[in-house]
Design a protein around this ligand. Structure first.
Ligand code: NAD
Ligand code: TYD
Length: 352
């Protein structure tokens, strides 16, 4: 039995789906179902006894304590977070609440549970905290990529709150000996991605005939990783990582935003041409830049390859084609997100 928090979000849902394909070990999925939580992403697990969904907050230590005692998991993987930089600029408080205070309460509940474990259960227990490359701040064009020893220099309320959570996790290992692992990953893309983030937003807006907003000059660089590769990396770190260590996860795939948008447009031109046969690139609009916009992120993922033998299976070309095709094939999922109908999914469809 493992616990996954935030398993109705983009990466968490992909993780739960892949986990139950890879093995039969049940998952207790604890998610608050904020606007970013979408049980429709887990629709294929309806009736699957290996998936136990609990609507709840990682900051609710009593709930987490009760669940830990009831299910006795061997591991907890913490995906739960507020994750969107733009939202953190407009309303940072929820980021501090969930990412900092919530993680703190989760750590306290897990520490108390772990303290009571004995023998192999205690020795084998793991808490894996899922974090981001954004904690390292922004790189200049020729700077080396972020390694596990790069200094934390978070620039947005989102990255600052994630940095704070990473520090708390680290301190629980150093101070109490809690067996923790931390992963810092670059930008993910793939199925079930909420269309407020760049890639799904571009796909959805393009198909709806809307403008494709590019912040500033579009030359900001991100490293992009297909979400299923992130999930396989997490499984690998959980299985073989050394507790107390952090692992950077990346796709070796740095690209400026404008290139990403042009690639998505070219794929849509091929797979779902506009009725007027013009390119979707005609919908690109340069808009006011994000406040404090980080210029470049890049991940040095050599440690996880060297020590744990992990590297991404997808290239950007294969991953982005699968992603665009997924959005074309799953119009209903996107339509329900846009109409808000996904928020009724629990009441109407979910019987867990
Ligand atoms: P997401 O916003 O899609 O999903 C977050 C999930 O957490 C949602 O289902 C939401 O309902 C849930 N949640 C929020 N607050 C909660 C709370 N207090 N208690 C319980 N559940 C709560 O995010 P994502 O993109 O899937 O990211 C998952 C994790 O991975 C985050 O910790 C994020 O910082 C990290 N990460 C994301 C990326 C990326 O590119 N998306 C890259 C690196 C790391
Ligand atoms: P985003 O997907 O929000 O991820 P993050 O900010 O965590 O990297 O944004 C990715 C990049 O795309 C980032 O540099 C901001 C930019 N961006 C746009 O240019 N236009 C948009 O509409 C969005 C949402 C993002």
């Amino acid at each position: 039995m493992i616990f996954v928090t935030g398993g109705a979000g983009f990466i968490g849902a992909n993780f739960v789906l892949d986990w139950l394909v890879e093995n039969d070990e049940p998952v207790v999925n604890i998610d608050k179902l904020t606007y970013a939580g979408n049980l429709e992403s887990l629709a294929s697990l309806q009736g699957d006894k290996r998936h136990i969904f609990v609507q709840g907050d990682i900051g609710d230590a009593d709930l987490i304590t009760r669940l830990l005692e009831k299910y006795q998991p061997r591991a907890v993987i913490n995906f739960a977070a507020e994750s969107h930089v733009d939202r953190s600029i407009h309303g940072p408080e929820a980021f501090v609440q969930t990412n900092v205070v919530g993680t703190f309460h989760l750590l306290e509940a897990v520490r108390a549970y772990w303290n009571e474990l004995e023998g192999d259960s205690k020795a084998d227990f793991r808490l894996l905290h899922v974090s981001t490359d954004e904690v390292y701040g922004s790189l200049a064009k020729d700077d080396p990529a972020f390694s596990e020893t790069s200094r934390y220099e978070p620039n947005s309320p989102y990255s600052a709150s994630k940095a704070a959570s990473d520090h708390l996790v680290r301190s629980y290992h150093h101070t109490y000996g809690l067996p923790v692992l931390t992963t810092n990953c670059s930008n993910n893309y793939g199925p079930y991605h909420f269309p407020e983030k760049l890639i799904p937003l571009i796909i959805v807006n393009a198909l709806a005939g809307k403008s494709l907003p590019i912040y500033g000059d579009g030359q900001q660089i991100r490293d992009w990783l297909y979400v299923k590769d992130h999930c396989s990396a997490i499984r690998r770190v959980l299985a073989a990582g050394t507790t107390g260590e952090t692992y950077n996860i990346g796709g070796w795939n740095e690209k400026p935003n404008i290139d990403i948008v042009n690639t998505v447009c070219a794929l849509l031109d091929e797979l779902r041409p506009r009725t007027d046969n013009q390119s979707y690139t005609g919908q690109i609009t340069f808009v006011t830049d994000r406040l404090g916009h980080d210029r470049r992120y890049a991940i040095d993922a050599r440690k996880i390859e060297r020590e744990l033998g992990w590297k991404p299976a997808e290239t950007f070309a294969t991953g982005i084609r699968k992603t665009v095709q997924w959005y074309l094939d799953n119009h209903e999922w996107t339509a329900n997100v846009q109409s808000g109908a996904y928020r009724d999914w629990m009441e109407t469809n979910y019987q867990n």
